[in-house]
Design a protein around this ligand. Structure first.
Ligand SMILES: Cc1ncc(COP(=O)(O)O)c(C=O)c1O
Length: 371
C-alpha cells in the first residue's frame, strides 16, 4: 500500500471538482468578485451549518477573531483570557487589537478548564476585555459553564470555533450562549475554501451587522460613507462559490468523520492502552476535525509510523506560553502543566472523510503493534 497521508484533500475534492469549477466560473462571468449575491447566499447557507441565525463572512479565521474582538468592545490595554494550547492565530488576534493574552490551562479534553477560569477571574486585578475559549480539534469547551462564569462578571465571550464546524456540547452550538463564534475556512478545515476565508456567527443581528461594517472599511450601507475606522476583511466571492458547493456535502462528510472516529475508538478501546480525544462523553458531539491520541512516547511512535509510511501531525508541539513570540508575557515552563503534557503527548493520526476501512485498520494496527 502507498503512504497514508494525514488527510487527503485531492481525494475529497475529486468527485465534486467539476461542480466547484462551474460555480467558480459563474462568479468569474458575473464580474462580481467582491461582495455580491454569492457572498450573501453563502452566509445564509452557513447559518444552517453553524446553527445560529446570523453570519458574516470575512477573509480568514484570524480576521474573524480580530473583528469579533473589536465588535465586543475590547480595547487597547485590556487583557483577554484564552488557552495556551491553540494555534497562534488566537493570540495574534488579541495582540492585533492592542490587548494582552492571559492564559488559563486546559482540561483533559484539551479545551479551556472552567474551574481554572473561575479561579483566575476571582483572583486577577487585571481589566479583562473578553474570554476566548478554543474548541480544539473539534471538541467544544464547556460553554454552559464558561458563559455563566463570564456573565456573572459581565465579560464578553468569543468562541474560537475555527476547528469546530458542526460541533455541539450539552445541546448548544458555538456562539449560541456567547457573543460571537468565529470560524476558519482554511483549506484543511472541515469546511475549507480554496484559499483563506472565515466567518463570524452570532445570535445578535446587530453584532453581525457590526462585523459586516468592520470588514468593509467601516461602511454600514452607503458607498463612501464610513461610520467607523474598519478594515479590508472581506471574503472573496470565488471562495463563496467553492464553499457553497462544499456545504452541500458537509453533512455527509461529518457523518463519515464520525463513523471513522468510532472505528478508531473501537480499535483503541479494546486495546485499553491508548488515550484518545475527546474522552467519551454523551454531552460532547465533536466536529472531528482531527483524530488525536495521547501517548507518553509520542515522538518514538511518530518516527516508527513514518517508517511504515503513515503520516501524522502534532497539534501543537509547543504551547503558546513557551513560544518565543509570547516571551514578553513572562510565562515559564510549569505554568500550565496540562497544556505542556498535552504538547508532549498529542499525536494526530490519518483521518479524512471517505478514509477506507483498509487505511483505518492499517493505521490502528500499526499503532497497537508499535506500543
Ligand atoms: C484554533 C484556530 N484559531 C484560529 C485560526 C486561524 O484561522 P485562519 O488560518 O483562517 O486565519 C486557526 C487556523 O488554523 C485555528 O486552528
Amino acid at each position: 500500500m502507498s503512504d497514508i497521508p494525514l488527510f487527503n484533500l485531492p481525494l475529497l475534492h475529486a468527485p465534486i471538482i467539476d461542480e466547484i469549477s462551474e460555480n467558480m466560473q459563474s462568479v468569474v462571468s458575473s464580474g462580481l468578485f467582491v461582495g455580491g449575491p454569492e457572498i450573501a447566499r453563502f452566509e445564509q447557507e452557513f447559518t444552517k451549518i453553524a446553527r445560529l441565525p446570523y453570519a458574516a463572512s470575512v477573509s480568514s479565521g484570524t480576521d474573524a477573531l480580530v473583528a469579533a474582538l473589536v465588535a465586543s468592545g475590547v480595547q487597547s490595554g485590556d487583557f483577554v483570557v484564552t488557552v495556551p494550547m491553540t494555534f497562534i492565530a488566537t493570540v495574534e488576534a488579541i495582540y492585533h487589537v492592542g490587548a494582552t493574552p492571559l492564559f488559563v490551562d486546559i482540561d483533559k479534553n484539551g479545551v479551556m478548564d472552567g474551574e481554572k477560569l473561575t479561579e483566575l477571574l476571582k483572583t486577577t486585578d487585571k481589566r479583562i476585555g473578553a474570554v476566548i475559549p478554543v474548541h480544539l480539534h473539534g471538541v467544544m469547551a464547556e460553554m454552559r459553564r464558561i458563559t455563566a462564569i463570564c456573565l456573572a462578571s459581565n465579560i464578553p465571550v468569543i468562541e474560537d470555533a475555527a476547528q469546530a464546524h458542526g460541533a455541539m456540547r450539552e445541546g448548544v452550538a458555538p456562539g449560541e450562549l456567547s457573543l460571537f463564534a468565529t470560524y476558519s475556512f482554511y483549506p484543511g478545515k472541515n469546511l475549507g475554501a480554496f484559499g483563506d476565508a472565515g466567518a463570524v456567527v452570532s445570535t445578535s443581528e446587530s453584532g453581525v451587522e457590526q462585523i459586516k461594517a468592520l470588514r468593509n472599511h467601516g461602511r454600514y450601507d452607503k458607498k463612501y460613507e464610513h461610520e467607523r475606522i474598519g478594515y479590508n476583511m472581506r471574503m472573496d466571492a470565488v471562495q463563496a462559490a467553492v464553499l457553497r458547493v462544499k456545504i452541500k456535502y458537509f453533512p455527509r462528510w461529518q457523518r463519515e468523520r464520525e463513523e471513522i472516529a468510532n472505528k478508531y475508538y473501537d480499535y483503541f478501546n479494546e486495546s485499553g492502552i491508548i488515550n484518545h480525544l475527546p474522552v467519551k462523553d454523551v454531552n460532547i458531539r465533536s466536529a472531528w476535525h482531527l483524530f488525536t491520541i495521547l501517548h507518553k512516547r509520542r515522538d518514538e511512535l511518530q518516527k516508527a509510523l513514518k517508517k511504515r509510511g503513515i503520516q501524522t501531525g502534532i497539534h501543537y508541539p509547543i504551547p503558546l506560553h513557551l513560544q518565543k513570540a509570547c516571551e514578553s508575557l513572562g510565562y515559564k515552563e510549569g505554568d500550565f502543566p496540562v497544556a505542556e503534557q498535552f504538547a508532549q503527548q498529542t499525536l494526530s493520526i490519518p483521518f479524512w472523510p471517505g478514509m477506507s476501512d483498509e487505511h483505518i485498520s492499517t493505521v490502528a494496527e500499526a499503532i497497537l503493534q508499535l506500543l
